[in-house]
Write a protein that binds this ligand. Sequence first.
Ligand code: 1CP
Length: 335
Amino acid sequence: MSKITNCLIKKDTSCIPVWFMRQAGRYLPEFREIRSKNPNFIKLCLNSDLSSEITLQPLDRFDLDAAIIFSDILMVPYGLGQTVEFIKGKGPKLSKFNMKVFLENKEDNFTKKLNPVYQAITKTRKKLSREKSLISFIGAPWTLIVYMMGLRQDKKKINLENIKKDFKRDVVLEKLNKFLCLHIKNQMNAGADVVQIFDSWAGIIPDNEINDYCFTPNKKLVDYCKEINLPVVCFPKGIGVNYKKFLEIVKPHGINIDYDIDPKWAKDNLKNVCLQGGMDPKILFEDEKKINLEVDKYLDNFRNTPYIFNLGHGLLPETNPDILAKIINRVKSYK
Ligand code: 1CP
């Protein structure tokens, strides 16, 4: 069993494993080099040799306890027939959502389209030692809907009345759930030993809709992971005190807290779960003394509770890799 699955399943507190969201990415010069020669991001994700190489880049540099497969949550909308483009400085752009095309999707075709992602997982697993986890991931249904239907806005709460008119909510959620379960299973069969569910836009769901759009769809996915014995970590970013309710309803093995969550509050309110992350990725731009204080704040707070060191969101492109190396060493030598 890897250190991370030990922490997630057995709630082991004897060591604090460490990995970072977006650990494979733009802050690494070796990633930027590959990226500059591969302007089409989706094509890059579908190149299993390069994806596997990028996945392992941070592990060649740092003493991390997991690799996270280099892919994207938007590979699922791609697999379901939407085109996905990444416009520099602007983020992702998807072709217009078409309900008919969406509902016609077949499992075989989806698996075939995303096969290179699964091949990348198998290739990576072969090169990774057993004590290291290989983390797969998906976007939660709500977060995918935000991109698929072009609802992405600033952080403010969203008015769902506008989309409800011709939006068959339960049909869309059910179909997405089916394909997300398939994507989880395919990634596991290819060699992934953990899955993380990113609900990055959960924070903009109005409170009266959070049950239907966040808790219930996440619970269905977590129940499926438990059925197939795959440890699962949820990340419902931005939901504040609703983290408590989320945990009571969804009950994943692990939960990643975001940087708005007070770690003390998390320790007191989020029990019987392995906690992960929390530290603001912007702290990595501060001086060493301040960084160390902040790292220790999380390590001290979660002493003797099952905890995986990570951040409260992904690493930022401006991060200095040498700072990351120092943080990892600090976590590893913490007594
Ligand atoms: O070079 C580039 O321009 C591409 C940048 C990039 C990278 C490195 C994108 C575009 N995706 C990725 C990889 C990625 N995406 C990983 C790889 C593994 C790792 O962590 O190292 C993961 C886990 C993701 C997940 C992801 N993609 C999320 C969930 C996590 C989060 O950041 O909240 C989301 C929302 C996306 C969509 C997406 N893909 C890429 C970008 C820039 C975005 C976010 C855009 C936005 O803010 O809406």
